[in-house]
Design a binder for this molecule. Structure first.
Ligand SMILES: *[C@@H]1O[C@H](CO)[C@@H](O)[C@H](O)[C@H]1NC(C)=O
Length: 655
């Protein structure tokens, strides 16, 4: 089986991961039922926002803003009576979609050549300048026909396959001049599902620049030629006629697999390499943790059993020390302090609560996506599900935070109840709002509409907050977790820590491993965000997520073990921060990505990019911090044989 063969690859993937269907499987999900058209039926064409992209001659992305299709400077033709906004899901709006109707007339299986979209449009110098800039920044038009994006045919030289890449160019730079595309050849693949039943299964648009086109009437136009392409003058008015041709091509692709040609994987082997790589790290770490545990525990248990025997037989005259029961050393010395509450227990509890909420949200979202519920044809489903799950898991957040807070013997209960549902959303909303100001200032369309913002606040306040409060209440009512040892009255002195055990080095050291488990997937996710590629490798993402969690847990347990061996019992914050430190690597990676793949024309783009990267890093910090053990340690108790440590499967960590 050739790995590069996408179809068999998809099958292989779902086989290996042993779950659910890849997009190639033929069953229909709610909301994406096939639409059949009869011959001559009108097939609506919808337009979405314009997005920045790269081009063959210019591989870097130069902007982060997207623009409304009917931004007046573009002078794109509107349907008679004005364009109408299509109702979309919350997730789709949040991810920037602004889908509207268009004047294009497509009829099933009716080929047409050279039709005018509307009458000639006049570009004044100011608009011309705006459009020329967008052309130089490689902006793409995004059309949707029957939910399928109009794409460009691309070729992957690695495996010699052709695939459809969503979006097509607004214009091109030729001989240092921005050329506007004013003619679109629309090639639509259709599949015959039954007698007089046709379905749209693929769309390609080949844009061109034709000068000298003439408007005849609504049905006809005379297309010019591309010998002298259209360049918008920045000193005088330019008239442009927009035209299009439609060609319907029969295709053997059934409706169920129509997305396959859009979901091209550039280098599938890379995913496997990274997966194997992370798996090796995980196996290594887990072996290390278990060896340490088993070794120390076996010794301890043997020793304490002997101790008990002594007590039973009451062998007076023999000193225990002679029998090898020496002074405790290392981490056993701090047993009386190890459950001493940390500094700022409230902040830690709130962070852990929020982390648990994010953790659940991310895990379930990826699982849903992997099972195929969030196929790309369900526009915005990913965003909507993320939002929904985050809201619902408010309960988990509240529960975790109050449970932990109780364990820390916290007393500021009101604050704990209130801060847990507020903390992270406040940070996210705040950042979003600030960044939105920039987007608004640029008149770009990426800004989340005010109504949507209100809706989000309502959802959060009416559902998420109450759920979190209920969770907190339940956690509060639960009994405090038992500790195997009592905490001493007087805190032990901590010897100065040195070397890699100091906070910063330990964080940098530990953080790199979870990051290592995900950075390849991160690269693909970044590509899908900034280069508008469709990301669908959720099987891989799921495995990576699992590996990342195990890495986080194992590496934190190790670090804390060494910390306790150095007789430092301030481990709670350290545990959170060391795993969370991988967020610093994520941020650094985002910067590197900026240098390599992006090159912004304006500082506002940079600010926006940094803002979003920082936000993602913060979320990641909270998430990974959470997945490290936040409770007990490998039995630091002297009565180890009574309290054999519970190696539970809680995130693969130790209670
Ligand atoms: C429409 O054009 C396509 C592409 O040129 C061609 O394959 C197809 O046969 C044409 N259909 C009709 C009905 O003429």
């Amino acid at each position: 089986m050739r790995l590069s063969d996408r179809c068999s690859y998809g099958a292989l993937l779902s086989l290996i991961v042993a779950f659910g269907p890849s997009p190639a499987n033929s069953y229909y999900l709610p909301g994406v039922l096939p639409t059949s058209y009869k011959e001559g039926d009108k097939v609506p064409l919808h337009v979405n926002h314009l997005t920045p992209a790269n081009s063959p001659s210019d591989p870097q992305v130069r902007s982060v803003f997207s623009f409304d299709y009917y931004h007046q400077a573009f002078h794109f033709c509107q349907p008679s009576g004005g364009a109408k906004q299509l109702s979309e899901s919350l997730g789709s709006i949040l991810f920037g979609d602004r889908i509207q109707t268009s004047p294009y007339e497509l009829h099933m299986r009716k080929n047409e050549t050279c039709k005018a979209v509307c009458r000639e449009q006049t570009y004044e110098p100011r608009d011309a300048k705006f459009v020329n800039q967008r052309i130089e920044q490689n902006y793409n038009l995004n059309w949707l026909i029957d939910g399928l994006p109009a794409g460009q045919l691309k070729h992957d030289p690695n495996d010699g396959t052709n695939f459809y890449s969503p979006g097509f160019a607004l214009g091109a730079v030729r001989d240092d001049k921005p050329v506007l595309n004013n003619h679109y050849d629309i090639l639509i693949d259709y599949h015959q599902a039954g007698p007089n039943q046709y379905r749209v299964v693929g769309i390609l648009v080949e844009p061109r620049s034709l000068s000298g086109s003439k408007y005849i009437n609504e049905e006809e136009a005379e297309c010019g030629d591309d010998s002298a392409p259209i360049v918008l003058s920045e000193t005088g008015d330019t008239n442009v006629l927009f035209t299009y041709s439609v060609y319907w091509r029969p295709s053997a692709t059934p409706f169920a697999t129509r997305w396959d040609k859009y979901l091209h994987v550039y280098d599938p082997k890379i995913h496997w390499f990274s997966l194997v790589n992370s798996a090796v790290i995980v196996v290594f770490l887990v072996t290390m943790v278990t060896t340490i545990l088993i070794r120390t525990l076996r010794k301890d248990i043997a020793r304490y059993n002997r101790l008990e025997q002594f007590a039973l037989e009451d062998l007076s005259g023999t000193s225990l020390a002679d029998e090898g029961v020496q002074e405790d050393s290392g981490w056993k010395l701090v047993h009386g302090d190890v459950f001493r509450p940390p500094k700022n227990p409230l902040a830690l509890a709130v962070l852990i609560g929020n982390g648990a909420q994010l953790f659940m949200m991310a895990g379930f979202t990826i699982a849903f996506a992997m099972l195929g519920f969030l196929s790309p044809s369900n526009r915005g489903a990913l965003g909507t599900v993320m939002l929904l799950l985050y809201t619902l898991f408010g309960f988990v957040g509240g529960y975790a935070s109050s449970r932990v807070y109780k364990f820390f013997h916290g007393e500021k209960w009101k604050q704990c109840f209130v801060y847990t549902p507020v903390a992270l959303p406040a940070v996210v909303f705040g950042t979003f709002f600030m960044l939105n100001l920039f987007v608004w200032a640029r008149q770009a369309s990426g800004a989340v509409p005010f109504g949507t913002m209100i809706a989000l606040v309502c959802i959060w306040f009416l559902i998420s907050v109450p759920l979190s409060l209920v969770g907190s209440w339940v956690g509060f009512k639960h009994q405090t977790l038992d500790t195997p040892v009592r905490t001493n009255q007087i805190p032990r002195q901590i010897p100065p820590t040195s070397g890699y055990l100091r906070p910063l080095p330990s964080m940098l050291l530990v953080g790199v491993l979870p990051f290592g488990a995900i950075f390849v997937e991160l690269y693909f996710i970044m590509n899908s965000i900034w280069f508008s590629k469709v990301y669908y490798m959720f099987g891989f993402l799921f495995v990576c997520y699992g590996l990342m969690i195990i890495t986080c847990a194992a590496v934190t347990v190790l670090m804390i073990y060494f910390l306790l061996c150095a007789e430092n019992y301030h481990w709670q914050w350290r545990a959170f921060c060391t795993a969370g430190a991988s967020a610093a690597y994520v941020f650094a990676y985002a910067l590197l990505y900026w240098v390599k793949a992006l090159s912004f024309g304006s500082w506002t783009s940079g600010v926006l990019y940094l803002g979003y990267s920082a936000l993602i890093s913060i979320l990641f910090f909270v998430l990974t911090g959470k997945s490290c053990p936040d409770r007990g340690m490998p039995s630091c108790s002297t009565n180890a044989f009574r309290q054999v440590p519970l190696v539970s499967s809680h995130h693969g960590c130790l209670y």
